[in-house]
Design a protein around this ligand. Structure first.
Ligand code: 15L
Length: 270
C-alpha cells in the first residue's frame, strides 16, 4: 500500500489512527467534513462530504487502500443516518470502484448484531439483528462491501468494532472492548493480507467475557495483545453506579437496544 485514505479522520477513532498509522504506509491521506483542528504540517487532508459523489471521488482518487471510518458513529435521526451512513457509504464504495482502489476496510459496528442476547455466542455468519437505525446502516455497509467485493473485485474487510478505547469502561464493554493497538492490527490485516476478498472480523481484544467467535480474524493472523480482564475491577465498579436497564442489560447492544424500545415488546429469548 503506497497511499491509504482514512475517512472520518477528525473523529475519535480517526484521531488515534492518524497517529498510529504514521510511518506504516508511505502516504496517508485524511478526509472529513471539517479539517481536524490539530492537523500537523506533514499530514495531507482533503475536505470531503461523502454524501456528494464528486467529493467522494476526489477524496479517493489515486489511493490503493481506504479505511472508511466516516459517517455517524451513534444512533441518529433517519435523515442524518440516510445522508451520512447510507448515501455516504454507497458513494465511498462506488467511488472506490470508479477510481480502481484495491482495498476497503469498513468500520462496521457491534450494533449490526446488537439484538443477540448476551448469553449467545455468535460468529460472523449469524444473521444480522441491528439494534438501531445506525446498526441497520452498518449492516447496509457490510452488504455493499460484499457486492463490491464479489461483483467488482474490491478486497473488502468489515470490522464490527466493539468499543474502542484505552480501557473497557463497564461490564458490557469488558466483553466487547478493543484497544487501539488491536484495532490497528485488524486494519492492517484488511489492508495487507494477500488472501482477503471479503471478510468480516469482530473488532475485539482478548476478552475472556467476549460473546463473539472471531475465527476469521485469527485464521488471517490476528493475535490480540490487550486483555479486558486486566481492567475488570475498575469496569465493574463503574458499572455498579449505572442505573438498571432490563432491556439493555439483556442484549449485546446494551443501551442501543433499550433506546426507543416499544412498551410491551418481548425480549428475544435467544
Ligand atoms: C459503536 O458502534 C459506537 O460507535 C460507539 O460510540 C460505542 O457506542 C460503541 O458502539 C459501543 O457499543 O459501546
Amino acid at each position: 500500500m503506497e497511499t491509504v485514505l482514512v475517512t472520518g479522520a477528525a473523529g475519535g477513532i480517526g484521531t488515534r489512527l492518524r497517529q498510529m498509522l504514521k510511518g506504516v504506509y508511505p502516504n496517508i491521506r485524511l478526509s472529513d467534513l471539517r479539517r481536524p483542528a490539530d492537523l500537523a504540517p506533514d499530514e495531507t487532508f482533503v475536505e470531503a462530504d461523502l454524501a456528494s459523489m464528486a467529493e467522494a471521488e476526489n477524496a479517493v482518487a489515486g489511493v490503493q487502500g481506504i479505511v472508511h471510518l466516516g459517517g455517524l458513529s451513534v444512533e441518529g435521526s433517519w435523515d442524518t443516518i440516510l445522508q451520512a451512513n447510507i448515501i455516504g457509504c454507497y458513494n465511498l464504495f462506488e467511488a472506490a470502484r470508479r477510481q480502481r482502489v484495491e482495498r476497503v476496510v469498513f468500520a462496521s459496528s457491534n450494533h449490526v448484531i446488537g439484538f443477540y442476547p448476551r448469553r449467545r455466542r455468535i460468529a460472523v455468519d449469524a444473521a444480522v439483528r441491528p439494534d438501531s437505525r445506525y446498526g441497520v446502516s452498518k449492516a447496509f455497509g457490510e452488504a455493499l462491501g460484499a457486492l463490491y467485493a464479489f461483483k467488482h473485485g474490491l478486497r473488502v474487510t468489515c470490522i464490527r468494532i466493539g468499543n474502542f478505547g484505552d480501557a473497557p469502561v463497564d461490564r458490557r464493554r469488558l466483553s466487547i472492548w478493543v484497544s487501539p493497538q488491536d484495532l490497528v492490527q485488524l486494519i492492517r490485516i484488511g489492508l495487507e493480507h494477500a488472501e482477503i476478498r471479503y471478510e468480516i472480523f469482530y473488532g475485539a481484544s482478548d476478552n475472556v467475557r467476549g460473546w463473539w467467535d472471531n475465527a476469521a480474524a485469527f485464521r488471517l493472523g490476528y493475535r490480540p495483545q490487550s486483555r479486558s480482564e486486566e481492567h475488570s475491577a475498575a469496569a465493574l465498579a463503574a458499572d455498579a453506579k449505572l442505573p438498571p436497564d432490563p432491556v439493555g442489560d439483556w442484549y449485546q447492544g446494551g443501551p442501543f437496544c433499550s433506546e426507543e424500545f416499544s412498551d410491551g415488546a418481548e425480549r428475544a429469548p435467544l
